[in-house]
Design a protein around this ligand. Structure first.
Ligand code: ADP
Ligand code: MG
Length: 334
């Protein structure tokens, strides 16, 4: 796009690279599953015959979604991972991604590392980068992803029924514990700190799990803003409520001894950034869910059930509702 203010001029930047050289050097890779990839005014994709296309986008802004100074390889990974996680929650097969980048400057070392993080994950999931936009500005990374699903087979938020079980994959709370540590609200160290930081900076999208769950789950959402908030979104879409047991929520062995410590309780119930899947399934599907969990080597834990009414209630070990001030992340909350 033509820029009218000083953005990334056609004349060489401090690094000696123009905008187009940056794109060619770091982001133009042959597209294996597209008719036309990076380099033209638009990419051309040809979805498999009869499939539906699922599209999603997620933006990452410095100071809002990540701390200044996070390793660029982790940023490249995470920018794609959070989008893959949305497709996982939809039960879709990821295929194509687009990347829009605002960069304060052309830093070849940063770009090299960012691209490595991005493409390593893209290759793992056989996703093509088919286009994007590159401009000068405060660091901002926006990925759009598209994937495929058989008609009517996508997992959605609106399919939960009264009496369904509520499940969650993997562990919750690690990423938010790392955020609490970085903000100085919680002090972690040693292997626990390493573990939580890795979960925050390099989340693993549950793509394979989501694909298999499409067969058995009634509804799903990925946990990006916090369990209570995200389960709340699923419930409001489905017109139901949920009751979950705090002690049933899976957390990593590393966090287990701290789970009744307030900042950790909050991280587990209301912390975001875990990118696990929260899903519902009829009680008759328990065996099937367990088989999928075993086949994918990703834990799936039953944490409660779907109820009438719109409330999401988390109970403590005595069955009493736990009240939390912060129930989940909302960018516009004052
Ligand atoms: P236009 O001016 O037609 O919008 P651009 O000059 O912005 O095109 O981009 C040139 C080509 O490079 C396009 O195919 C675009 O999709 C691609 N592109 C730009 N930035 C990126 C990026 N960060 N990653 C991948 N592809 C990119
Ligand atoms: Mg154009």
């Amino acid at each position: 796009m033509r820029h009218y203010t000083s953005t990334m001029p056609d004349s060489k930047s401090a690094s000696g690279l123009t905008e187009f050289e940056v794109i060619a050097k770091y982001f133009a890779r042959p597209a294996r599953h597209a008719v036309l990839g990076v380099g033209d005014d638009g990419a051309i994709i040809a979805p498999s015959a009869g499939s539906q296309v699922v599209a999603s986008t997620d933006m990452m802004v410095e100071g809002v979604h990540f701390f200044e100074g996070v390793h660029p390889a982790a940023l490249g990974h995470k920018a794609l991972a959070v989008n893959l996680s949305d497709l996982a929650a939809m039960g879709a097969t990821p295929r194509w991604a687009m990347l829009s980048l605002a960069l304060p400057a052309v830093d070849p070392g940063w770009l090299e590392s960012f691209a490595l993080g991005f493409f390593t994950l893209a290759e793992r999931h056989d996703v093509d980068l088919i286009g994007g936009d590159t401009t000068r500005g405060p660091l901002n990374i926006c990925v759009q992803i598209m994937g495929e699903v058989a008609p009517g087979r996508a997992l959605r938020r609106d399919g939960a029924h009264l009496g369904d079980d509520v499940w969650v994959s993997g562990h919750l709370g690690d990423a938010a514990a790392a955020v609490a540590h970085r903000k100085g609200d919680l002090l972690l160290h040693g292997p626990l700190l390493e573990h939580c930081l890795a979960r925050l900076d390099k989340p693993t999208p549950r793509v394979e799990l989501g694909l298999r769950l499409a067969e058995v789950a009634s509804a799903a959402i990925d946990v990006s803003d916090g369990l209570l908030a995200d389960l709340g979104h699923l419930c409001s879409s489905s017109g139901v409520g949920a009751t979950i047991d705090f002690d049933a929520i899976p957390c990593s062995a590393e966090l287990l001894p701290l789970r009744h410590h307030a900042p950790v309780t909050r991280a587990i119930l209301a912390g975001g950034d875990d990118y696990e899947l929260c899903f519902t399934a009829a009680p008759g599907r328990r065996r099937a869910v367990e088989a999928i969990s075993a086949a994918t080597h990703i834990g799936a834990t039953r944490i409660g059930s779907i109820t009438e009414g719109g409330q999401v209630i988390a109970r403590d070990e005595h069955g009493k509702p736990i009240s939390l001030e912060i129930r989940g992340f909302d960018h516009f909350r004052r």
